[in-house]
Structures are given as C-alpha cells and as structure tokens.
Design a protein around this ligand. Structure first.
Ligand SMILES: Cc1cc2nc3c(=O)[nH]c(=O)nc-3n(C[C@H](O)[C@H](O)[C@H](O)COP(=O)(O)OP(=O)(O)OC[C@H]3O[C@@H](n4cnc5c(N)ncnc54)[C@H](O)[C@@H]3O)c2cc1C
Length: 504
C-alpha cells in the first residue's frame, strides 16, 4: 500500500515560534520586544524546529549515549566524557552562539528562547543551560574572589567556538532532599579548601565549573554546617587531568539519556567557598535551586507544547474508520487537555520569570518562592501524564523511538518530576514557607487569581490553620497546589483574552 507520513512531518516542522501565537502574545505583553527581538525569536523558532531538532534526534540514538573514557592513550587518568558530535554542535549553537546559559537581555525573551530550545527534549543541552544559569547568578550575586570573577567571565563569554558551562553536585548516596545530611568533607587549605568524599548524581559532569556542597571541617551538624564551593573541573596546570576527583561510573537512566550523569569521588579537589560558609543552603536554594526549578517548569511547558503540536498534527493527519481521528470525541478530549495544560504551564512559567527579580524580604519574593514550590510538582507531573496520553494518541507509532520525540519527552518528563526536588519535598517546603514568611492568604490569593475575596484565600487559610497537625495539612497540599497553579495560569490567560477583546 502506498502510504506517506509526509503531511504529518511537514506539520510538525516549520517554525516553533511562528506556530505559537500564545508564546508571541505572552512575550509581547510581558517584554514588549522590539522588532529585532521578534525577528530573533522567529529566526530561532526555525532553527529549533529544523537543524536543532535533527541534532537532538541524533544525540538520542542509543549508540550515541555518553561514554566515560577513564584513561588516555598514554595511561594518564583523564576521566573524559565522550559525547557525540551532535551534542557538541547543539551546545555550540544553543549555549555558545545564542548564549542561553548565562542570562542576558530581557529575562522574558531569554526564557522564551530557552523554552523553544527545550522543546527538543535534549537534556544534554537543557541541563547545561540550567546549571550555567544557576552558577552565573550565584557568582554575580556573591562572587568576591578573583577565581569567582574568572569563572563568571568565562561562562558569560561562551561562544560557538568554546562553550564554558557549569554543573551542580549536591546529592549524596544517603539522600538528595535532605541536604543537611551532606557529609562531603571540606578541609581548609590556605584561602581555599580540599574536598574529600563522594557525590551520587552528578549531571553535566562534562562541564568546566562545578558548584559543590560540602561540610567544612568542624562545622555544626545539619544544614547550617553545609557550605557551597566553586570547583574547577580540571587541574590548573593546563593538562588533561582532573582537579582531584574521579568519575567512577555513568548512571544508566530511564530518561535524559543524552546527558552524562555520574558518580564522582573527590580526593583533594581544590575548592573555593562562595558566600558565608554558614549560609550555603539558603544561598543554594535562593540562587541555584530556584533557577533549576524554573528550568523544570519551562521544560514541562516545552514538553507539553511539543506533545500538543505532534498529537494535534497526527489527529489531523491520521484517519481510522474513514474519519480523521481528531473527529472522535475522546481524541478531541486529549487534544483539549493538552492545549489547556500547555497554555497554563507557559503562562505560569513566564509569570514566574516576571515575579522572580523581586527583592528578598518583599511580599512578592515570598509569593514567588511559594508559587515556584507549588508549580514545579504540578507542572512536571502533568507533563509526564499528558506526554503519556500524547503517545497513546499516536497508537503504535507513539512508542516508536524514531517516529517522533514523544518517547524521549515522556522519559525526560519522568526525570523532571524528581530532579531539583521531588513533589512531596517541594509541597512541604511551600507549606513551611507559607507560615514562615507570613504569607497573607488574601493578598496571595488576589495575586494568584486577580480577584479579591477569592475562595483560594480560604483554602490557604485552612492549610495554615489545620488543627490535625502536619499530616492533615500536607494531605491538603496537592489539591491546593493544583488550584493555585491553575488559577495563576487562568488569570494570566484571561487577561490575555481580555486584552484581545479590548484590541478588537
Ligand atoms: C537524572 C537525574 C539527574 C540528577 N542530577 C543531579 C545533579 O546533577 N546534581 C545533584 O545534586 N543531584 C542530581 N540528581 C538528584 C536529585 O536532585 C535527587 O534525586 C532529588 O533531590 C531527590 O533525592 P533522592 O533521590 O536522594 O531522594 P530522597 O531524598 O531519598 O527521597 C526519596 C522519597 O522520599 C520522599 N521524601 C523525602 N523527604 C520527604 C519529606 N520531608 N516529606 C515527604 N516525603 C519526603 C521524596 O518525595 C521521595 O519520593 C539527579 C537525579 C536524577 C534522577
């Protein structure tokens, strides 16, 4: 039988900025980009849908998975990560030429471009961007040594010929959420430290600069005793050797398979503290984890957009029993769910970007902190669930690895759920922050929904006043989180509808 998928493929290529009226509209309202910035987004929209999509597919082939080469030909221990040419080229374009690692220019335009890049589900690129963004923000805020300034300048100077990027290693074998249990030993050595011990999940281990959490000798137990350090990846003698650590093994992961995630042992790595030693965890959370959680939210929105695009194109293309499958009510329902979820996710992501610069101690900063902790679990969970539904919509072709990026997006979405804080941990954090930062339920609900006397205020009040203790309050958090995130998304989107009506 003569059967061609050309029409389907044509419908998902093209330009991912030009085919996304909602993105253009939200960016226009929040950033008022000039003609140059709009042209730049449009140019990049074609690049992500074309050359970068092909590179991402190439990197995702099993035979191109990252490999660890422990020794070079002259028996020197190098612990080199071998990545395919496709990943190097994608990094050179996205992190180098477009400089999407270190924030520059208007944040909304910057993260709109990042969202376009994330639609390819190329974790080797996405993780590098998020880690570099986090470390450069941290160094810009707290860097006070020459080595801090050198690292910051080098990352900001990334270009197509040389990408300088970052990684962040916090998780240890005994646990990732409980950072206060970190045991990596930091021994003073002049004005620096030497690190000894192991980290358990180290992504983007091929980076140039690491942010590492560790416990300075003699520091108190718990999170107050955990400091954060800047660690160069290579020995400072200019040779191929590592800076006092070994890469022991690469993880064999369900998702983000294009990304090298390693187990690492430090044995005297040179490290410089960033910020006061006893403020390591708060600084990590405020500057680095907030950045990576925004990245997860953007990745979830990007995943949903790609699923929406592919499922929509397939529903128009594929016929069954003589009708396009998009005519069937339950197919239609999946498409509607995808469209609503992605619209809300994008609206929430860009609204969080807008709230982010708020000053510490302000009500807006407290709201941002709570909203991010609520949005990350809800949106990453939704991206997994709906990527699954999108795959089902393509039938058997949905689970074929080369037919579309959906299987890869689905696997990555599952990883995003745990990455940078599992759901329970973030919901517990949100509950603590609501109380600790004295978030006013009425004001918070009004910011979220745009309405005074919104029932959300009573729902927030209820979890804060729950007399049944923490267990009762926590059991209400998943539902509260979903209501808050949806209300925030709807408020931004309704304003959009309202603006559109006004301009007619
Ligand atoms: C692919 C991948 C790459 C990663 N890369 C990195 C990296 O580059 N750097 C890095 O530092 N880490 C990295 N991680 C680790 C990640 O950050 C941790 O997995 C995460 O922080 C959770 O830690 P854990 O896995 O030790 O789970 P745990 O903290 O042991 O949690 C286990 C379970 O217990 C639950 N739980 C824990 N505490 C509570 C609580 N207070 N209330 C209720 N439930 C709770 C959690 O929700 C979870 O379901 C990566 C993880 C993955 C999957």
């Amino acid at each position: 039988m003569d059967y061609s998928f050309d029409a389907f493929q044509d419908a998902i290529g093209g330009n991912w900025y030009a085919d996304d009226a909602l993105l253009a509209d939200l960016v226009a309202r929040q950033a008022a980009p000039d003609a140059d910035a709009r042209r730049d987004l449009e140019r990049f929209g074609a690049e992500v849908a074309g050359p970068l999509a092909r590179l991402a597919d190439e990197s995702a082939r099993p035979e191109n998975a990252p490999r660890l080469r422990a020794y070079d030909a002259w028996r020197r221990r190098v612990d080199e990560i071998v990545l395919p040419a496709s990943t190097h080229e994608a990094l050179s374009i996205v992190a180098g030429r477009e400089r999407l690692g270190a924030l520059h220019g208007d944040p909304v335009v910057f993260y709109a471009k990042t969202y376009l890049a994330h639609q390819n589900g190329e974790a080797g690129v996405a993780c590098s961007l998020a880690c570099t963004d986090g470390l450069t923000r941290l160094l810009a805020a707290l860097g006070d040594r020459d080595v801090h300034r050198d690292a910051l300048a080098a990352m900001r100077a990334s270009n197509a010929g040389r990408v300088v990027h970052a990684a962040q290693f916090v998780t240890e074998i005994q646990g990732g959420s409980d950072v206060g249990a970190n045991a990596l030993d930091a021994v003073p050595d002049g004005d620096a430290f030497r690190l000894h011990g192991a980290k358990w999940f180290c992504s983007n281990v091929n980076a140039d600069w690491f942010l590492v959490s560790a416990r300075p000798r003699g520091a108190p137990p718990g999170s107050r005793g955990v400091a954060i350090f800047l660690v160069p990846a290579h020995a400072r003698d200019g040779g191929p050797g590592r800076n006092g650590f070994t890469i022991d093994r690469l993880k064999d992961k369900l998702g983000t398979r294009e990304l090298a995630t390693a187990e690492v042992t430090f044995a005297g790595a040179l490290a410089w503290p960033i910020g006061p030693l006893d403020r390591g965890v708060p600084n990590l959370v405020d500057h680095v984890l907030a950045t990576s959680r925004i990245a997860c939210v953007l990745y979830a929105a990007a995943t949903l957009r790609q699923c929406e695009r592919i499922a929509g194109a397939y529903a128009r293309f594929r016929t069954a029993f003589g009708r396009p499958i998009g005519d069937y009510a339950l197919v239609r329902r999946t498409l509607d769910d995808l469209a609503l979820a992605r619209a809300r996710a994008l609206a929430v992501a860009l609204e969080l970007v807008r709230l982010w610069p708020a000053k510490d101690g302000s009500a807006e900063a407290a709201d941002f902190r709570v909203l991010l902790s609520l949005a990350k679990p809800i949106l990453t969970r939704r991206a997994s669930a709906l990527a699954h539904d999108a795959m089902l919509l393509l039938g058997a072709n949905g689970v074929e690895e080369r037919f579309s990026p959906l299987p890869r997006l689905y696997r990555d979405a599952a990883v995003m759920e745990t990455w940078e804080g599992p759901h329970n941990v973030l919901l517990a954090q949100a509950l603590r922050d609501l109380a600790r930062l004295r978030v006013d339920p009425d004001r918070f609900a009004a910011r979220v929904s745009g309405r005074t006397n919104d029932p959300l205020a009573a729902a927030v009040q209820r979890v804060l006043a729950t007399s049944g203790g923490e267990a009762d309050a926590m059991s209400a958090m998943p539902a509260l989180a979903a209501s808050v995130v949806d209300a925030l998304g709807d408020r931004v989107l309704q304003r959009r509808n309202h603006d559109q009506e006004e301009s007619r």
